[in-house]
Design a protein around this ligand. Structure first.
Ligand code: ADP
Length: 265
């Protein structure tokens, strides 16, 4: 931020420049506000688990007479909070790597195999609480980064599981729509009110903070998805009906599609 402020001050004064300058400053202020909010959010997200852990550490140290069962319960809660922080830090690192850009390593990704891998991961996450299906309508592969695509699709899958009550359905699909290759995850879950949809990919934006936290969400999943989608010149589409369910689709341009070949990364 400091360098930007400096260069703004060095611009010579004339009226056309002045117009440009005030626009640049508005832009700069916006960037700074977003940055400040982000730092505040991260701090807040870390403070809660640290407070919980700190509290239990104190109890365990101060009360050696506690029975084994109570001690174990407290250690488990500390473990949960530690895992929450680990997930958050992992997501922050992923996001920062993606935001720094860097060249996209391109693999020949077998999209069909990847869709099947994700379906079995969905089953693992669901633990029998949902019906999971995968529809393969097309055999094209994808030119893209295997790990990033796996992570983007995986975030959509884990959201579908987390925001769908027991007994619901989760459908994965890989198909061609006109010029596009489309990977989609559809659920019969809680859905999203339309006014939230444009903001879902903002870092830490959540419709229901409590629900996101209690199911292990970091609030960064869709921000990560957005970056990966952009790096692949793809598009993220979100359709949702409150109380009915949601469909998240990633559309890949024809240039990213590969003729069907038996390939795996
Ligand atoms: P989180 O870790 O909170 O799930 P995400 O960035 O992945 O963070 O998603 C942002 C928000 O979008 C979530 O908190 C939730 O409110 C909403 N959301 C995402 N996926 C779904 C879904 N499949 N059904 C309903 N709401 C969803």
């Amino acid at each position: 931020g400091a360098e930007m402020t400096l260069s703004v001050q060095l611009v010579p004064f004339d009226s056309t420049r002045k117009l440009l300058l005030s626009r640049d400053i508005t832009q700069l202020e916006r960037v700074q506000t977003v940055h400040r909010d982000f730092v505040a959010n991260v701090s807040h997200e870390l403070r809660t688990p640290l407070t919980v852990i700190g509290g239990f550490v104190e109890t365990l140290l101060d009360m050696p007479e506690l029975d084994a069962q109570t001690r174990e319960a407290q250690l488990r809660m500390m473990q949960d909070q530690t895992r929450r922080m680990q997930r958050l830090v992992e997501d922050l690192l992923t996001l920062s790597r993606l935001e720094n850009g860097g060249e996209l390593r391109e693999d020949r990704v077998d999209a069909v195999a990847l869709a099947r891998v994700l379906a079995s991961e969905a089953e693992g996450l669901s633990q029998g609480r949902h019906r999971v299906s995968v529809l393969i309508e097309d055999q094209h592969g994808l030119r893209g980064n295997y790990d990033e695509l796996h992570s983007a699709f995986g975030n959509l899958v884990s959201n579908a599981v987390r925001y769908t009550p027991e007994g619901g359905e989760i459908r994965l699909a890989w198909r061609i729509d006109g010029e596009w290759g489309v990977f989609s995850v559809e659920d019969t879950g809680i859905g999203i009110e339309p006014q939230h949809i444009p903001r879902l990919t903002e870092r830490f934006y959540r419709v229901d903070r409590g629900r996101s936290r209690s199911t292990g969400g970091t609030g960064l999943g869709l921000a990560i998805v957005k970056h990966i989608v952009q790096r692949h010149q793809a598009r993220l589409e979100i359709h949702s009906e409150p109380g009915q369910g949601s469909r998240f689709s990633i559309r890949f341009p024809a240039g990213r599609l590969l003729e069907a070949v038996a390939v795996t990364a």
